[in-house]
Ligand binder design. Sequence first.
Ligand SMILES: O=C(O)c1cccc(O)c1O
Ligand SMILES: [Fe+2]
Length: 285
Amino acid sequence: MIKLQDVCYVRMGTRDMEGAEFFANDYLGLEVDDRTKGGVYFKSDERAHTLCYFEGDPADQAVAFVVASDAELDQAAASLEGMKHEVHVGTPEEASLRKVKSFIAFNDPTGNRIELVVRPEHSGRRYHGTRDAGITGFSHVGLCTTDAARDEAFWTEVCNARVSDRIGDAPLLRIDEVHHSIALFPTNRAGIQHINHQVATADDVQRSYNFLSEKGVKMVFGPGRHVTSMAKFLYFEGPDGMVFEYSSGVESIADELLYRERQFPADPTGFCGWGSKPDIKEFKN
Ligand SMILES: O=C(O)c1cccc(O)c1O
Ligand SMILES: [Fe+2]
């Protein structure tokens, strides 16, 4: 069993570094923490970085999860190889580009690039964005799935994820007490489907809706309220068509033994309790 401790960062290629940096800094509200040739690192919480844009193909995307030790990393590599997943062991240079001690990379059954990392760097500095977006941290990713049942089994049987809820066949998966850190949305491609940052309050959600709308950022869902995690949310489009979500008030599942997963309908009422309708392909199946 691969024990994922936390979702750690996302890495995304872009052909328009300047545009991506402008969006992440001025609009999304992240903080530029570091630059290397070809890469910009963004901070959203106490960690050294939670998002990296690099010069490259926008289809080149990876999501990282923390595991506890090099011993667990080796075990994970062995079990993935046993299941015929090709495993890349990160070189020291690649690890240093990710600000982690060591890592491996592989594709999940849909073909999403997943990195397992040991000892990701934290920073002694607090995060503060250039605008007051109210971000409290990077929190979850939506991943594309070409077979929800198969990929749910991968994340829950090969890894330690548990189903918190399902919307249609899309599982919201937790790896700790947070309602979900990974969500799988059925579609016909691989890749990151959306990137979530938590914001402190519902005021921050509404404030960003007005701020970003005025800037001409394309709103794709909300403001609304998830009936699953109960979070108030807003989704909008960033560089290369990536969907970003702010949400506030995601439920905690404190007592694993008492919790039962729930089924919600795969229509707008399964996504929003306020009647907002998504303009996001994977939420409209
Ligand atoms: O927070 C949620 O419950 C949620 C539900 C559907 C889709 C999402 O992206 C979510 O974050
Ligand atoms: Fe989400």
